[in-house]
Design a binder for this molecule. Structure first.
Ligand code: NAD
Ligand code: UDP
Length: 311
């Protein structure tokens, strides 16, 4: 049994991670400032003596005696991270310094949840870990993208300079139950619109591509990375099955049996044209690859949204 801290533990990915860590018998502290996280994502654990919830902002220092830190705290969807850009970059930079400093003191192992956004609008396709990226430093997405890039640098430096045992994972678009209705991400938007019979908002012509990974696969990848000895990454975690946004819209309409029609809206600035992970490194080093096909993952996600909308 390990003592594990999950920052961002009340969020979408964090709460699924907390579920499996507790199921495996670990002691878990979920730390969150509840900006985009929900207490209800963790209600099922409140009576578990191995679980603790801590309302805290990672921008403020903290000292907790733990063996491992999964550092996920950071708003992840464009609507939320663009709400207060200065706070977003502070969360990535100051928050990551705080957690790395804590791990240095308590000799904890830390995994940083980085993102495919470090590749920006990529000029290399698919994206391998060796690609340095194509990121606008002063655009709408910069507070998030550049914040994560600095967080990676900090994580790398604390490892090489101070010997902190770190891991960096670059997460590609992930979806699943518990995504917020209003987080503006494509999967949640399309499902909510389809279930409500509202127009499906495709940005641009919908020819831009993304690769969608089901949250259970992603969580398995996070754990495999954390538990691998002597491996620091960065490593891509995502599903290489690439599709256009228009194809996704049609699939969601078909799977929900919705009468919604597609409505084309303007494309946001700096929206990456293509994105698909090369996951050879994860396969080789971690023996990890996604197992859940898009249709199977979407049907679980649609069922969860449907149940929550009816509440
Ligand atoms: P989320 O918004 O659901 O979760 C983030 C959590 O962090 C929320 O619970 C939020 O309240 C909390 N948080 C935000 N700022 C905080 C702060 N200053 N102090 C404490 N807590 C704070 O998003 P998610 O999709 O679960 O993403 C989790 C992590 O994975 C993020 O670091 C994100 O950048 C990364 N990621 C996610 C995706 C994806 O597709 N979901 C892709 C790439 C990277
Ligand atoms: N998108 C869309 N309609 C929506 C929301 C998003 O067409 O209602 C597009 C968006 O422009 C982008 C893709 O879907 O090209 C993925 O968007 P998301 O915000 O989910 O993730 P990210 O852009 O960070 O990959």
């Amino acid at each position: 049994m390990a003592r594990i801290l999950v920052t961002g533990g009340a969020g979408f990915i964090g709460s699924h991670l907390v579920d499996v860590l507790l199921a495996d018998g670990h002691e878990v502290i979920a730390l969150d400032n509840l900006f985009t996280g929900e207490r209800s994502n963790l209600y099922q654990h409140l009576s578990n003596p191995r679980f603790e919830f801590l309302r805290h902002d990672v921008v403020e220092p903290i000292l907790l005696e733990v063996d491992q830190v999964y550092h996920l705290a950071c708003p992840a969807s464009p609507v939320h991270y663009q709400y207060n850009p200065v706070k977003t970059i502070k969360t990535s930079v100051v928050g990551t310094i705080n957690l790395l400093g804590m791990c240095k003191r308590v000799k904890g192992r830390m995994l940083l949840a980085s993102t495919s956004e470090v590749y920006g609008d990529p000029l290399e396709h698919p994206q391998r870990e060796s690609y340095w990226g194509n990121v606008n430093p002063i655009g709408l997405r910069s507070c998030y993208d550049e914040g994560k890039r600095v967080a990676e640098t900090l994580t790398f430096c604390y490892q090489t300079q101070n010997g902190v045992d770190t891991r960096i994972v670059r997460i590609f678009n992930t979806y699943g139950p518990r995504m917020l209705f209003d987080d503006g991400r494509v999967v949640s938007n399309f499902i909510v619109q389809a279930l409500k019979g509202e127009p499906i908002s495709v940005y641009g012509e919908g020819s831009q591509t993304r690769s969608f990974c089901f949250v259970d696969d992603l969580v398995r990848g996070l754990r495999a990375t954390m538990d691998k000895e002597g491996f620091h990454g960065p490593v891509n975690l995502g599903n290489p099955a690439e599709m256009t946004i228009l194809e996704l819209a049609k699939l969601v309409i078909e799977m929900t049996g919705s009468k919604s029609k597609i409505s084309y809206k303007s494309l946001p600035k700096d929206d990456p044209v293509r994105r698909k992970p090369d996951i050879s490194l994860a396969k080789k080093e971690l023996g990890w690859e996604p197992k859940v096909a898009l249709q199977a993952g979407l049907s679980k996600t649609i069922a969860d949204f449907d149940a929550r909308l009816k509440r």
